[in-house]
Design a protein around this ligand. Structure first.
Ligand code: FAQ
Length: 311
């Protein structure tokens, strides 16, 4: 049974009126947003690690400048998203500490390694491609600050996807060795990219309520299918082999059929057992500890400044 307040809230959602920070909202709506926006923010920050790893080894000055800009953009996305989460009554420090001790998640994809330069192209093409497929509809999400952050993020994310496609295209059209590297990167990153959309709809515990609240606009499987449909022609254009023998155009459905990722691998990765989980969390913990003196210094400076003002 809904209370009057809950009915009024749902009515606003149904009429596409944005919910703003000072509006009344159900506790679970707030908690779900903190979880999703927080995880999203953490993904942007942890997502800098696999690509940042290649900045010093980019093959040309131009590629290096592009990658540097892209990785910096991800930091900016993290910051907008932390600010959006803070409007819900948590501090950035609180949710950062929840990431660092494993109480909050970040996207499964960043627990896979980037082994060589082709992987960097494939990350931009596939990982940013999947990210933007999920984020474009989130521009219409019901929570105002999240929706506005998404609008800005999507502009930059589409540049990221294009730069990745451009890098992988150079490899696919290059020497036989380069083409082989591009193929190998596609083969390894394909299924992890499909996992970014979350578990299949039947195992997605949050989807029904999140969609009723328009926190999510599409189901996980809807977006995964859209991603497959968009990406298969790109693979063909690049002259690469399909990474999954199950990919086949289905005339009746008007979509490509494909093989689902190995869901036991997915659940294992999000439990902390992927190839890079330990490294990623160690890197974030080290950055947090190394930065403590800077945070302390800023707080002390602010304290002295405030004391001078009141003296
Ligand atoms: N990884 O009930 P659902 C980027 C968890 S883009 C880890 O379906 P929901 C850009 C889920 O939290 C990547 N965990 O959950 C970039 C839940 O567990 P919990 C970030 C996952 O929330 C590119 C459980 O499984 N984008 O960073 C994943 O309704 C390149 C059950 O799942 C976003 O976060 C996963 N893939 O749907 C940066 C987008 N999937 O919390 C650098 C916003 C599910 O109950 C370089 N988020 N889980 O313990 C969303 O749209 C949603 O949260 C989904 C999951 C669709 C990810």
């Amino acid at each position: 049974e809904m209370t009057d307040q809950e009915r009024e809230f749902q009515d606003k959602i149904d009429r596409d009126i944005k919910i703003e920070p000072k509006d009344w909202m159900p506790d679970d709506y707030r908690a779900t947003l903190i979880r999703q926006i927080g995880q999203h923010a953490h993904s942007e920050i942890v997502g800098q690690l696999p690509e940042g790893n290649w900045i010093t080894r980019a093959p040309t000055l131009e590629r290096k400048a592009i990658l540097l800009a892209k990785v910096q953009d991800e930091a900016g996305h993290g910051l907008y998203l932390y600010c959006a989460a803070e409007t819900l009554g948590v501090t950035r420090d609180e949710i950062t500490e929840m990431l660092l001790d494993g109480r909050m998640k970040y996207s499964s994809i960043f627990n896979y390694p980037t082994l060589n330069w082709a992987d960097i192209g494939a990350v931009g093409w596939l990982v940013d491609g999947a990210a933007i497929m999920n984020q474009v509809p989130l521009q219409r999400t019901s929570y105002g600050p999240y929706s506005r952050a998404m609008i800005r993020i999507c502009k930059e994310e589409s540049f990221h996807q294009r730069q990745g496609y451009d890098a992988i295209r150079k490899m696919a059209e290059g020497s036989p060795e380069q083409k082989k590297m591009a193929q190998d990167a596609l083969n390894r990153l394909w299924f992890p990219s499909l996992m970014m959309f979350g578990p299949s709809d039947k195992d997605s515990v949050h989807s029904a309520q999140s969609m009723a609240w328009k926190i999510k606009i599409n189901t996980n499987d809807e977006l995964r299918q859209k991603f497959v449909d968009q990406t298969v022609p790109q693979i063909e254009f690049l002259g690469l082999d399909l990474p999954d023998p199950g990919i086949k155009w289905n005339e009746e459905r008007g979509h490509y059929d494909y093989t689902d990722p190995d869901w036991s691998e997915f659940f294992n990765v999000i439990k902390g057992n992927g190839p890079c989980n330990v490294d990623r969390l160690a890197a974030r913990n080290k950055a947090w500890d190394d930065g403590e003196w800077v945070r302390d210094g800023l707080l002390e400076h602010a304290r002295k400044k405030a004391a001078r003002k009141h003296a």
